[in-house]
Every structure is written in structure tokens, then in C-alpha cells.
Ligand binder design. Structure first.
Ligand code: UGA
Length: 447
């Protein structure tokens, strides 16, 4: 084994969170090791190839590799060369909505056993999203047993949730609105605080110091709150849609000016998607029920979201009467713009509903075609660009707010489509430009 460098930091699990955070830490001058069990991923990363799309990640990763600030390995033993190890493995959902902690347990035990031979302080930081109580109730006993050390002088443990949003993860890590440090003990908390202060040297980043369970709850509370805002505005949108002259965009703008409400996460749409909101809400609901409390609000937030896809399809039915054998062009598959991620995307629920109603579906996304074809073929015909997707369509449903869709020329759309019916599920088009179209949009009442 190479000499141990106490200031060196390791990340175990190089998915979205692990890789983005490790790359930013390296760009800030820390010496990093990234560990993952996936050999193919490691060899790609070693060459500077990023396995998913995230703005700026490619550039900062290549630069960190060039400056030898970050290295990648499948060998977990390498964490013993570092002084701090972040656990950033996945926490997938189980069938019943609760989270599967298998990877967290395995990473904890592996880290514990490789540091057991050493005689220096090692700090373990749980960054994976885990339900409240996990660090204290599960990680700590496993870590102590596998390392043969007790948390305290020689072993540190913190919960340190992440709040990155896909598409702005690098910016979010460079300029976070807060860092949450849930420390098992004072020494652990101080060690992690020092590490973050070395990263955010000249920035005033609020640090929330608390215990591990509260830190874990902060993460779930944050996503529950954001998802609730989205389902609330979508509920208002569905009411506006049914009232002549009403418009959710103006409602959102006005209520957003109230400082108690604020303007963000008030964009009505086809429902939230992505790998986090649904998964985290389900995990919180499941935990809550285990604690003998039925969180009816959170269940409703999820139900509103599930139904929102049906509301969008209803709009297309209003234009076409029946969807049977009608050609519907779906523009946008990613769960939001600037990502190739289609996990839990509203487009999947909308397409499922369209297919159930015997529509024939063509689809296009600027970035998510590869991921989409894995789950949607052969249900959907994939087009190579927006205009060919619209060709011969009886209706277009605009699902993702990609900038390129804003630039589509109404005259060309009209020529390409069989009938100029548009359902704007993201409010990206300007109704005034769409003379001669039948245009329905989320949250927009009839003129
Ligand atoms: C979300 C949170 O924003 C992050 O803070 C958190 O760290 C992350 O989950 C996670 O737990 O890892 P993300 O899933 O990348 O990040 O996406 P968001 O930008 O929050 O959007 C989620 C969904 O809500 C998208 O489908 C988006 O289109 C939708 N949304 C968002 C709306 O429909 N309306 C809005 O006003 C805002």
C-alpha cells in the first residue's frame, strides 16, 4: 500500500452524486480517489470519459485528471490511503417504496475492513440519500464492527446529504446554498467542517451543524417540500385550465411575489420526474408508516403527480376526440431540459397513456434518445429531429422545455403536421405566434 495521505479524500460509488462532487473537490485542489465496482466505468473515467451528460463535468474532470488531482480504481483498499471517505453509492427503491440499503451496507463494511489495519484517524461521510436514522442505527454499528474501532478518537462518522439538481450540479457544488453536517461526535463534525472550509475558502457558505438523523431528515424534507410545491401549482393549473380566461402562469407570478411563497418551483407542467422526488417521497412515506404515522399530504403529492400525465393526455383528447389510430408527436422525453435522464420522466407516463388509448406515437428528444429507446422501443417510433417527429402528426405534445423547441417555426410546424393541434405541457410556446393552430396548454383556460 502507498503512504497514507490524511488530506486525501476518497469517494466510494461514482454515480451522479459521487462523480460530480468528486470532480468539483478535485477542481478545488483536493487530492481525490474515486472507487467503483464497475470496471468498465473506471476505465472510461480514467480516460476522462463521463458516463452521463452533465454540463461542465467533462471539462473539469479532464482538467483534474491532467493535473493528477483525481484517480479512479475498482480497488476499495485504496481508501486506506486517504483520511476521509465519502459513501456515495446508490440507494434504489424496493417494491414497497422503502429504500434498499444493500450498497450502503456493503460499502460501509468494505471501508471498515480496509481501514482496520491502519492506526490513523479515518472519517467516513454518508452522502448517499438514506432515510433518517440510517447513519446512527445502521452505518455506525457496521463500521465499528468491521473496522474494530469505536467512533471517537480513531474513527469519525458524519451524515452530509447533497442537494444537487441535475443540469446544474457543477454550479450547485461550486456555490451551494448550504452544507449540512450531521456529526456523530464533535471531532467528526470539526474534521468535515475543516474539509469544506478548505474547499469554500473565500465563500460564505452557511454550514448547518447538527446530528446525523436531523441531517438525513433535512434531505427528505427538502425534496418533499419541492415536490409539494410542484403538485400544488399543478393542482391550481388543472383548475385554471377549466376556467375560461384563467392562466396559471400569471397566478404563479403573482403569488411568487409574496416573500412567504417565493417564485421558484411554481412552474406548472406535466408532473415532476427524475430519480429523486418520487423515490424520496416513497421512502419517506414508507418510513413514516413504519413509525405509525400516515403522511396523507405526501401521498396526495404523489397522486397528483401520477394523475398529471392523464391531465395532459386529456388535453390532447379534447383536441382529437378519440386518440385511436391518431398520430401523436411527443417532443421531449428527458424529465427536464439539459439532461439525458428519463428516469421517472412524465413523458413515460404520458406515452403509456397514449399507447393505452391506441394512439400511434412518434417521439424526439435532443439528448435522451439513447436512454429512451431502451425503455420505449418498440412502443414508440423515434424521429431524428423535431420536424420529422411532427411529420403527419394529428397532435403534438410538448413535454420537455428544451430551448430548441422554442425556436421551432410555426409555419414549418403547420406544414409538417397533418392537423395543427398542439398541447403545450411546459408553456414554452407563445400562443400569439400560433395563429391558425388549435393550442391547449397546461393551466391555460379557454380564451
Ligand atoms: C432534485 C432537487 O432539486 C435537488 O435539490 C436534489 O438534490 C435532487 O432532486 C436529489 O435528491 O438528488 P432534480 O431531480 O435534478 O433535483 O431535478 P429538479 O430540477 O428539482 O426537477 C425535478 C422535477 O420537477 C423535474 O421533472 C422538473 O421539470 C419538475 N419541476 C420543477 C416542475 O415541474 N416545476 C417546477 O417549478 C420545478
Amino acid at each position: 500500500m502507498k503512504r497514507r495521505e490524511p488530506d486525501k479524500v476518497s469517494f466510494v460509488g461514482l454515480g451522479y452524486v459521487g462523480l460530480c462532487t468528486a470532480a468539483v473537490f478535485a477542481s478545488k485542489g483536493l487530492n481525490m480517489i474515486g472507487v467503483d465496482i464497475d470496471g468498465e466505468k473506471i476505465s472510461k473515467l480514467t480516460k476522462g470519459e463521463v458516463p452521463f451528460y452533465e454540463p461542465h463535468l467533462d471539462r473539469i474532470l479532464k482538467s483534474a485528471i491532467k493535473r493528477r488531482k483525481i484517480g479512479f480504481t475498482t480497488d476499495i483498499a485504496k481508501v486506506a490511503e486517504t483520511g476521509t471517505t465519502f459513501i456515495t453509492v446508490g440507494t434504489p427503491s424496493r417494491q414497497d417504496g422503502s429504500i434498499d440499503l444493500t450498497y450502503v451496507k456493503k460499502a460501509t463494511e468494505d471501508i471498515g475492513s480496509v481501514i482496520s489495519a491502519g492506526d490513523s484517524y479515518h472519517l467516513v461521510v454518508v452522502k448517499s440519500t438514506v432515510v433518517p436514522g440510517t447513519a446512527t442505527g445502521l452505518v455506525r454499528p457496521l463500521l465499528e464492527a468491521s473496522s474494530g474501532r469505536a467512533c471517537g478518537d480513531m474513527l469519525g462518522l458524519c451524515s452530509n446529504p447533497e442537494f444537487l439538481a441535475e443540469g446544474s450540479a457543477i454550479k450547485g457544488t461550486l456555490h451551494p446554498d448550504k452544507v449540512v453536517i450531521g456529526a456523530n461526535d464533535e471531532k467528526s463534525g470539526n474534521s468535515l467542517k475543516r474539509l469544506y472550509m478548505s474547499i469554500y475558502v473565500r465563500q460564505k457558505v452557511p454550514m448547518i451543524a447538527t446530528n446525523p438523523t436531523t441531517a438525513e431528515t433535512i434531505k427528505y424534507a427538502s425534496n418533499a417540500f419541492l415536490a409539494t410545491r410542484v403538485s400544488t401549482i399543478n393542482t391550481i393549473a388543472n383548475i385554471c385550465q377549466r376556467l375560461p380566461g384563467d392562466d396559471v402562469e400569471i397566478v404563479a407570478k403573482a403569488i411568487g411575489l409574496d416573500p412567504r411563497i417565493g417564485p421558484l418551483y411554481l412552474k406548472a407542467g406535466p408532473g415532476y420526474g427524475g430519480s429523486c422526488f418520487h423515490k424520496d417521497l416513497q421512502a419517506l412515506i414508507s418510513l413514516s408508516r413504519k413509525l405509525d404515522y400516515d403522511p396523507v399530504l405526501l401521498s396526495s403529492v404523489e397522486r397528483v403527480n401520477e394523475n398529471q400525465a392523464i391531465e395532459i393526455v386529456k388535453l390532447s383528447r379534447r383536441l382529437l376526440s378519440s386518440l385511436e389510430n391518431r398520430r401523436v408527436a411527443v417532443l421531449g422525453l428527458a424529465f427536464k431540459k439539459d439532461t439525458d435522464d428519463i428516469r421517472e420522466a412524465a413523458s413515460l407516463r404520458v406515452i403509456e397513456e397514449l399507447v393505452k388509448n391506441s394512439a400511434s406515437v412518434s417521439a424526439y428528444d435532443p439528448m435522451a434518445m439513447k436512454n429512451a429507446s431502451k425503455v420505449l422501443s418498440p412502443k414508440v417510433e423515434f424521429a431524428t429531429d423535431a420536424m420529422s417527429c411532427l411529420k403527419g402528426a394529428d397532435c403534438c405534445i410538448l413535454m420537455t422545455e428544451w430551448d430548441e423547441f422554442r425556436e421551432l417555426k410555426p409555419r414549418e410546424i403547420k406544414t409538417a403536421m397533418r392537423t395543427p393541434n398542439i398541447v403545450d405541457a411546459r408553456r414554452v410556446l407563445d400562443q400569439d405566434d400560433l395563429q391558425g393552430f388549435n393550442y391547449l396548454a397546461v393551466g391555460l383556460g379557454a380564451p
